[in-house]
Write a protein that binds this ligand. Sequence first.
Ligand SMILES: O=CN(O)C[C@@H](CC1CCCC1)C(=O)N1NCCC[C@H]1C(=O)Nc1ccccn1
Ligand code: NI
Length: 185
Amino acid sequence: MILMKDIVRDGHSVLRAQAAKVEFPLTDEDKKLAAEMMTFLENSQNPEIAEKHQLRAGVGLAAPQVGVSKQMSAVLVPGGDDEEPVLKTVLINPTIIAHSVKNAALSEGEGCLSVDRDIPGYVPRHERITIRYQDFDGNILKLKLKDYPAIVCQHEIDHLHGILFYDHINSTNPFELPENTVLLE
Ligand SMILES: O=CN(O)C[C@@H](CC1CCCC1)C(=O)N1NCCC[C@H]1C(=O)Nc1ccccn1
Ligand code: NI
């Protein structure tokens, strides 16, 4: 199982590399990795398991974060208690093919399981996006997202292109909010 010790931290070159496209058919290794990444997210969101294994709760994990420079990321955005997840999927070779003019940023800013320090500031992203990606069988799927799930997926897709959240923070005024940007609570 993936543990915190398996998560690569900022400073390691793999987090700044352009990840390679995943080839189809998926190798057994690719399938195993995808499953393990999703299991990590589930474990991290389970208080007992997270406590036992000292996991930081996460809603997304990209392959480069476990040292694999491939375009694959697991996303698990929880619903309320006893509700289905808002979003649970593995994005393979994802691209953003459309997005709103309007931007959005989490009012709390962002963090990253690969960045062990708090970096304050708004991370402006698209409020709405359409993602084109492939499923385990290589079928092309489209996913329209807005607000928090859209923010999460943009954070993950950034990882596949060597971009970290703080790259988007305005260095002169971290809490500057561009005019067409809404804050998400
Ligand atoms: O690339 C992927 N990552 O780096 C894991 C990140 C991804 C999110 C950061 C902002 C948007 C996507 C992650 O999940 N976090 N960032 C660091 C610590 C907190 C944690 C988090 O937001 N946890 C959470 C939130 C709601 C419910 C449950 N858990
Ligand atoms: Ni991250």
